[in-house]
Write a protein that binds this ligand. Structure first.
Ligand SMILES: Cc1cc2nc3c(=O)[nH]c(=O)nc-3n(C[C@H](O)[C@H](O)[C@H](O)COP(=O)(O)O)c2cc1C
Length: 247
């Protein structure tokens, strides 16, 4: 049986992000998947890596070396969920042009060095070849502000560091999904229109999850696209301005 892990990066379970995550869980269950649900805020997960998490941390504290040892219980629990997963669906709002600290901290701590990756097991040789990842994101900004040429910055580009994180693990990353203009300051007709859009998003989530295999994957460079020093070869394709600036 396939396993889907839903990871919710929102402090309020009754938020739209919470409801959307529940819709993903329901949709995966309807497909016959075993569903695991991580809500690190509700589970008291501390997003900040540091020596307090370890019984015998290296001194001075070296996070990579600390992670190679026995995993803290909360990290071991999350890592076990991730290892069990065929699919990971991450739900979060954009906060300051990036995923919230809880999602960043979850990756900082859970994707532990020496356990989930190391220098011999990353990118093309990552341990998570089986894993497929989907980001479901909300922005407070409107679609035009959040898209190409938008003043908030292109939301898909803002997600590249998180996508690259899972690519580093060897996973496949699906084209992300966003709902824009989500905030509690609408009134009257605008509020009703937003509620209708949000309800529609929840109603369509089953179809989106059922269509998983038809959803495009993000493109990343293969290991062989880089020379021995780690530079992209001049004739290699460019998939991200984070690696090769256009022009
Ligand atoms: C700390 C913080 C930072 C935010 N930064 C952004 C941002 O950079 N871009 C944006 O579009 N919205 C931003 N917002 C708005 C949230 O994205 C928006 O409130 C959220 O998507 C609504 O989803 P929810 O109803 O599930 O909380 C921010 C909100 C907070 C609380």
């Amino acid at each position: 049986m396939a396993t889907t892990l839903v990871l919710l990066g929102h402090p309020e379970r009754r938020s739209f992000n919470g409801a959307w995550a529940d819709a993903s869980a329901r949709a995966a269950r309807d497909l016959g998947h075993e569903v695991l649900f991580s809500a690190p805020h509700d589970e008291g997960f501390d997003a900040a890596e540091g020596p307090a998490h370890y019984t015998d941390p290296p001194s001075p504290f070296d996070p990579l070396k600390a992670q190679e040892g026995t995993l803290p219980a909360d990290v071991a629990r999350e890592a076990a969920r991730l290892r069990a997963a065929d699919r990971l669906i991450v739900h979060f709002p954009m906060w300051w042009f990036a995923p919230p600290a809880m999602i960043k901290g979850w990756t900082d701590r859970v994707l532990a060095h020496g356990h989930l990756h190391d220098v011999d097991n990353r990118f093309d040789t990552g341990r998570f070849k089986r894993l497929e990842v989907l980001f479901c994101v909300t922005t407070g900004a409107r679609a035009n502000e959040s898209g190409p040429d938008g003043r908030e910055g292109n939301w898909q580009m803002l997600l590249w560091p998180l996508a690259q994180t899972f690519r580093y693990l060897g996973a496949t990353v699906k084209a992300p999904v966003a709902v824009h203009g989500v905030h509690g300051y609408h009134t009257g007709a605008a509020q009703e229109a937003l509620q209708a859009r949000l309800s529609d998003t929840l109603a369509r989530q089953a179809g989106l999850i059922a269509g998983w295999n038809d959803r495009a994957n993000l493109s990343f460079n293969a290991d062989s696209d880089f020379d021995a020093s780690g530079r992209l070869r001049p004739d290699a394709p460019s998939h991200s301005p984070f690696i090769r600036q256009p022009g």
